[in-house]
Design a protein around this ligand. Structure first.
Ligand code: SF4
Length: 229
């Protein structure tokens, strides 16, 4: 029996780069020659530091101004981000945008990125189901997050969820207990810890969802104050 590819599968195929991603330039991935976010983004296209590049469509690097006061760090790109090549454009990204809007934080003035820059998933039928990056993958991709921090030198970094907090603080962190805390790293960088917006999307009860959205909004209002400090 002949099967016809689904429109989603065709869409993915159409957006997949036509030729294999070129191998990284050794001198660029060595790090010392990367002088801008643009150069880092380009170098990361060929990253092979962990196996996640094999099944994903493309590297999804951070976005935002190089002089941003704050960097928001999520976990990893999702299905839609993987196809678009942009961070925070899927359902969680839209929720994040609307809450930033309510907090009057201009997303165009902040930098958004992920701790891990390739989409990790399990294929299930036609769907690709999000799979949590492991400690080795988080550690491997920290090289790129450190590069973003070095180049942007933000006043504040916001860890959205456990993976981001683990990458930024170098150890597993209990998010429920530390939510709302500001942790100062040895290098002086302040890290604000909160949940990932996808957590709100996963709540089924409408009232609970609304309550969690309000709580996240309060976190963002605190972030806004910290950005101004
Ligand atoms: S997930 Fe990060 S470290 Fe792994 S291949 Fe992608 S860019 Fe490189």
């Amino acid at each position: 029996m002949t099967t016809t590819p689904s429109s989603t599968a065709l869409q993915r195929e159409a957006k997949r780069p036509a030729s294999p991603i070129p191998a990284p330039e050794p001198e660029l991935t060595a790090g010392e020659d990367i002088a801008s976010i643009g150069e880092a983004r380009e170098a990361a296209l060929g990253c092979r530091r962990c196996p996640l590049w094999r099944d994903a469509t493309q590297t999804v690097f951070g976005e935002g101004p190089e002089n941003a006061d704050a960097i928001f760090v999520g976990e990893q790109p999702g299905d839609q981000e993987d196809l678009a090549g942009k961070p925070f454009v899927g359902p969680a990204g839209k929720m994040f945008d609307s809450i930033l809007d309510d907090a009057e934080i201009d997303r165009r003035k902040v930098y958004v990125t992920n701790a891990v820059k390739h989409f990790k998933f399990e294929p299930r039928g036609k769907r690709r189901i999000h799979s949590k990056p492991n400690a080795g993958e988080i550690q491997a991709c920290r090289w790129w997050l450190d590069k973003e921090l070095d180049l942007i030198k933000p006043k504040l970094v916001v860890a959205l969820g456990a993976t981001a907090a683990q990458s930024l603080l170098g150890k597993a962190v209990p998010i429920t207990r530390m939510r709302g805390d500001v942790i100062q790293r040895e290098d002086g960088l302040r890290v604000f810890v909160t949940i990932h917006p996808s957590f709100i999307l996963r709540i089924r009860e409408r009232e609970d969802k609304e309550a969690e959205r309000e709580r996240f909004l309060k976190d963002m209002l605190k972030v806004k104050q910290l950005m101004a400090a």
